[in-house]
Design a protein around this ligand. Structure first.
Ligand code: 5GP
Ligand code: ZN
Length: 116
């Protein structure tokens, strides 16, 4: 899998359209096409990593940056006031359907637990 045939690589490079929320040299964020909450944003590394399971020691700083970007986007969307949820589905049984690592940032409604 590489930039040409991974949908999230295509979105991060601008080759496929998406509603962009944030971008820097390492990270891209955009609205989920099928939102599960009033705010549902996907936060991805520009580097193609298939899942959390595919990461290695050298990716630790990037993983930390994704979390801090998520925190800042949550603030931008005023989610920090009432709370929000970050989700990292990993592998098929974990609910992952797109195999380019992504955090879901969900907020704007009460989020129940367990998620199902
Ligand atoms: P997963 O199930 O892998 O954790 O989440 C994949 C997410 O990507 C789903 O919430 C799905 O709606 C979203 N998604 C899949 N394809 C696209 C797309 O082409 N554009 C956008 N914006 N979201 C997508
Ligand atoms: Zn990719």
């Amino acid at each position: 899998m590489n930039e040409g045939n991974c949908i999230f690589c295509r979105i991060a490079s601008g080759a496929s359209p998406a509603r962009k929320v944030y971008e820097d040299e390492d990270v891209f964020a955009f609205h989920d096409i099928h939102p599960q909450a009033p705010v549902h944003i996907l936060i991805i590394p520009k580097k193609h990593l298939a899942s959390l399971e595919e990461t290695e020691e050298a990716d630790q700083a990037l993983l930390g940056k994704l979390l801090y970007v998520a925190r800042n986007i949550a603030r931008d969307f005023e989610l920090h006031r009432n709370g929000y949820r970050l989700v990292l589905n990993t592998g098929r049984q974990g609910g992952q359907t797109v195999f380019h690592l992504h955090f879901h940032l969900l907020g704007g409604r009460y989020l129940y637990w367990p998620p199902g």
